[in-house]
Design a protein around this ligand. Structure first.
Ligand SMILES: Nc1ncnc2c1ncn2[C@@H]1O[C@H](COP(=O)(O)OP(=O)(O)OP(=O)(O)O)[C@@H](O)[C@H]1O
Ligand SMILES: [Mg+2]
Length: 335
């Protein structure tokens, strides 16, 4: 097992004036045993970052270190990593056992050793009773576990996951998420996990890297990313519904943006006058959509609170200890 360092990593596709830079200098020091999630919208560079760590993509500048070894010019096979993809592509004609054993056979690991490793991984993943089956005789979740098993038997220093759960339905995704957490507790392998799903990021990560157009906007614990987002982008990407970002509401100075999470707005007779436009009941809570001046506002209210109807006016204030201020020009957090 090992630490992982990204030092001012840059990626350009193509050469000369037509080159397209997609990763703009990412630096991150990841400790041994850490579980890191890279999150961000489509096209922000998540897979590119992961593929550069894996050695499937060259880096254009900077350094990548696994442990204290610079791996910039090493082949994927020399990096001691294992990768699990969204499309896990098992060999259809091979049994579960052979699928898991295949990489080790290629690497000429003795067959007794292969059996020990596959049996151990199968036990951890509860695949022991399925080892003779073919992939087509498995459920989607079971296939996903075989793909993880194939990675585990390699005993890598670093695990790389690229959206491995996105082919699963919501229930199976939640269940597999728990399995991945359990796996990480048992094996403690340093992991980089890519997703565009902020719930997956918040629940799995020890620390989260939030990517925004090839730039790392924040690298922090889930708690910190939620309670002290570094930019308006992070503020609106993490949290559902997203943080309200107000430019013109009463009390907001020109050049700043006031951020307030929907759950931090409260009824207050001295607060803003908010015109209610739409109310959604989500079981235990309501989302109330309103307007203050010319700005949209979303509030979250729990069951016990009075339910407004469209057309009502409510007096609403933000909890003073929960205000976020951002520079309107750069989008960066001010305090
Ligand atoms: N081989 C390539 N040649 C040129 N540009 C590429 C290549 N691969 C990716 N890109 C560009 O690099 C950027 C980052 O792509 P990447 O696949 O890393 O995004 P992503 O965050 O993984 O997105 P998604 O969530 O859709 O998988 C995109 O703008 C993409 O068009
Ligand atoms: Mg991707």
């Amino acid at each position: 097992m090992a630490s992982l360092s990204l030092r001012n990593v840059i990626k350009r596709y193509g050469h000369g004036p037509k080159a397209n830079q997609v990763i703009h200098g990412v630096s991150a020091e990841i400790a041994d045993h850490e579980f890191i999630v890279i999150v961000g919208p489509s096209g922000c560079g998540k897979s590119t970052l992961l593929r550069m760590v894996a050695g499937l993509e060259e880096i254009s500048a900077g350094d990548i270190l696994i442990g204290d070894r610079v791996v910039n010019n090493l082949e994927p096979a020399e990096r001691d990593i294992a990768m699990v993809f969204q499309n896990y592509a098992l060999y259809p004609h091979m049994s579960v056992f052979d699928n898991m054993a295949y990489g080790l056979k290629i690497a000429k690991v003795p067959s007794a050793e292969i059996k020990v490793r596959v049996d151990k991984a199968a036990k951890i993943l509860e695949l022991g009773h399925l080892l003779e089956r073919k992939p087509r005789q498995l459920s989607g979740g079971q296939r996903q576990r075989v793909a993880m098993g194939r990675a585990i038997v390699r005993q890598p220093k670093v695990f790389l996951f690229d959206e491995p759960l996105s082919n699963l339905d919501a229930k199976l995704r939640a269940q597999t998420r728990l399995e991945i957490q359990k796996l990480h507790r048992e094996l403690g392998i340093t992991s980089l996990f890519v997703t565009h799903d902020q719930v997956e990021a918040m629940t799995l990560a020890q620390r989260i890297i939030v990517m925004n157009g090839g730039v790392m906007d924040q690298f922090a614990t889930p708690e910190e990313v939620y309670s002290r987002p570094a930019t308006t982008f992070v503020a609106s990407f993490i949290g559902s519904p997203p943080m309200n970002l107000l430019k013109h509401a009463p009390g907001v100075r020109p050049g700043t943006i006031l951020g307030i999470r929907p759950e931090h707005l409260i009824l207050d007779p001295n607060g803003w006058s908010v015109q209610i436009e739409h109310v959604e009941l989500l079981g235990a809570e309501r989302l109330i959509y309103g307007r203050v001046g010319d700005e949209q506002l979303i509030m979250r209210a729990d069951e016990g609170q009075p339910a407004p109807v469209p057309g009502d006016t409510m007096r609403i204030a933000a909890r003073p200890d929960k205000l976020h201020w951002f520079d309107a020009g750069s989008g960066k957090r001010m305090k």
